[in-house]
Ligand binder design. Structure first.
Ligand code: ISE
Length: 334
């Protein structure tokens, strides 16, 4: 039996998911690539041997020859398309963020609870990256003592789209950190402050956030969407008896002209390829067994990331520390 997967959205991430489904998921078929731009759908479908293409996402979800869905269309479509998948009784791997609005995330949670089962796996793929997994293990083993702080750097070469704004550093890029830090520390946030230095040009400037957790830890996150030199993501966790830092992944090193150098990835798709592959394999198991993967993030995690992002945007705009006020965690997600 093969699971027939439709990929909705044939942009950067959709193309990557189509490739992973076609090449790295034994037991899955790339059934269909859907994009409003038919040519783009065709290009990605042809590149990865999809059976068919479509331009209508809702029609795609309803099709009888589609068993499961990957949503990789723009952020604002994630929540409504996830709800459509729940209504159709189909499991969905939805790219992050679930929504930039916590109210929309809440609506997806409601739909899932009404359906009585989890349908949405959220694409916070950093949880599948070995460096964060080892960091979590080191903390959970107890060697580091109680966690005190976590430092995070997230640097892109340049903003991924021309319409990328400063607020999107918080709503589109930082949710990775919001999620993976919660995952590693096993806690929630209590408050957030946000700051921005001034650039000499009109490009989006870095955003620096300081978060306080409900357990009294401090977390700082630097998002620099226009770092120019490479895709560079780092984290360091400081405990009371030790610290653990992620290493940059570089398979080779060049020694030349009295210097030593290693390379950077150009973006997240190559840096986290293995994490995406492992995440998508877990999704396939989820579709086959109905058991939600232990490592993956769910709609509750999506809600948590969105509510922190909303508080972060307010903190930046109003130049003040903003409390993070979350609803109580529904029993369904316990
Ligand atoms: C993008 O949407 C991602 O998810 C990338 O991982 C992140 O590095 C980038 O900043 C986001 O815009």
């Amino acid at each position: 039996m093969t699971i027939r997967i439709a990929v909705i959205g044939a942009g950067l991430m959709g193309a990557d998911h189509a490739k992973i489904v076609a090449e790295e998921l034994p037991g899955a078929t790339l059934q269909l690539v859907c994009d409003m731009d038919e040519q783009r759908a065709r290009r990605v479908a042809d590149a990865h041997g999809a059976v068919d293409i479509a331009i209508d996402p809702r029609g795609t979800i309803a099709r009888r020859d589609v068993d499961a869905v990957i949503v990789a269309s723009p952020d604002f479509t994630h929540a409504p398309l996830s709800i459509a998948c729940i209504a159709a009784g189909k499991r969905v791997l939805c790219e992050k963020p679930l929504s930039q609005s916590s109210a929309d995330c809440f609506a997806v949670m409601e739909a899932e609870q009404k359906a009585g089962a989890k349908f949405v796996q959220l694409g916070f793929m950093r949880r599948y990256d070995r460096s964060y997994q080892e960091m979590k293990r080191a903390l959970d083993d107890g060697h580091l003592g109680r966690a005190l702080m976590m430092h995070n750097f997230h640097r892109n070469v340049e903003t991924p789209a021309a319409d990328f704004t400063g607020a999107m550093a918080i709503t589109n890029s930082a949710p990775h950190e919001f999620d993976v830090v919660r995952y590693v520390l096993g806690t929630e946030y209590a408050a957030i402050s946000a700051f921005q230095p001034r650039r000499s040009d009109a490009r989006v400037a870095p955003v620096v956030m300081v978060l306080e957790t409900v357990d009294g830890q401090l977390v700082n996150i630097e998002i620099n969407n226009n770092a120019a030199y490479g895709y560079d993501v780092r984290a360091e966790l400081i405990g009371e008896r030790g610290a653990v830092a992620t290493n940059n992944v570089a398979y080779t090193r060049v020694d030349s002209a009295l210097a030593q150098s290693t390379g950077y990835d150009a973006d997240w798709r190559t840096r986290y390829y293995d994490a995406y592959r492992r995440q998508n394999r877990d999704f396939l198991r989820f579709v086959l067994t109905g058991e939600f993967p232990a490592t993956a993030s769910d709609c509750w995690d999506g809600y948590c990331a969105a509510i922190v992002a909303e508080a972060g945007v307010t903190a930046l705009k109003e130049g003040r520390r903003v409390p993070v006020q979350m609803i109580a965690k529904p029993e369904f997600y316990a």
